[in-house]
Write a protein that binds this ligand. Structure first.
Ligand SMILES: *Cc1c(COP(=O)(O)O)cnc(C)c1O
Length: 226
């Protein structure tokens, strides 16, 4: 038996604890469309998923004014399945992926916003670029030719640990990287967003400068992967 989460109530209390300037992405991965609909009816319009297929299936049946964010690791061969609708891709970590997003966006006559994922965690399992790699990418000639993508910010995931000091240091690293890279402004690069913070650490992330938090279990309850 699992008890029913009060999604509406959870959303309300999270919204009231974050500043208006911070965007809340409701992370709905593994959750049924009925849960998403409940959040939608409570006013939530931005949803984050980490699997392209699951996101497309939900997008097909849910209201069309939802903004879909891809927050997971993106496989290049699957970009085509979300190119017609995805609003923001958080996990871009190499130029080849960016080229593929550009190619698929072009087919739909769209410009797709992307965040570069920076590796701030100490765990090997987490993806991302180093600040130097991100700098080199943003400065490269190649990127200027990619007219159907726009780099609008950075994303990072802290180490999964109870050590608040470590998490804080990692968030500070992302903020610092953002401040350094923000000075690079081209036609398709204008850094505005810092996507950092999840259920366990979003308050800390906001204190460290986050402008977008990705919150799942605190809204929808624990995920059951069984
Ligand atoms: C699942 C996930 C989240 C949300 O995690 P919670 O701890 O449930 O809030 C945030 N970001 C990414 C990249 C995720 O995969």
């Amino acid at each position: 038996m699992s008890f029913k989460m009060n999604i509406k109530q959870n959303l309300k209390s999270i919204k009231s604890s974050i500043p208006d300037s911070v965007t809340l992405v409701a992370v709905s991965k593994t959750k049924p469309v009925s849960d998403l609909m409940e959040a939608y009816n409570a006013g939530q319009r931005i949803f984050g998923e980490n699997k392209i297929q699951e996101m497309s299936e939900k997008q097909e049946v849910l209201p069309k004014d939802i903004e879909w964010h891809m927050i997971g690791h993106v496989q290049r061969n699957k970009v085509k399945y979300m190119a017609s609708f995805v609003r923001l891709i958080h996990g871009v970590n190499n130029i080849k992926l960016l080229k593929e997003i550009n190619k698929q966006a072009l087919k739909h006559g769209r410009v797709i916003d992307c965040l570069l994922q920076i590796k701030i965690a100490s765990e090997d399992s987490k993806f991302g670029m180093t600040p130097t790699e991100a700098y080199n990418l943003l400065q490269s000639e190649v990127i200027l030719g990619l007219k159907n993508v726009k780099i609008t910010g950075l994303m990072g995931m802290a180490t999964f640990t109870d050590n608040k000091n470590q998490v804080k240091q990692e968030f500070n690293t992302l903020k610092q990287t953002f401040d350094n890279l923000k000075t690079i402004q081209t036609k398709n690069c204008e850094l505005k967003t810092i996507s950092m913070g999840m259920s366990g650490d979003y308050q800390l992330a906001i204190d460290c400068g986050s402008t977008m938090v990705r919150v799942g279990s605190s809204i929808f309850g624990e995920r059951n992967y069984a």
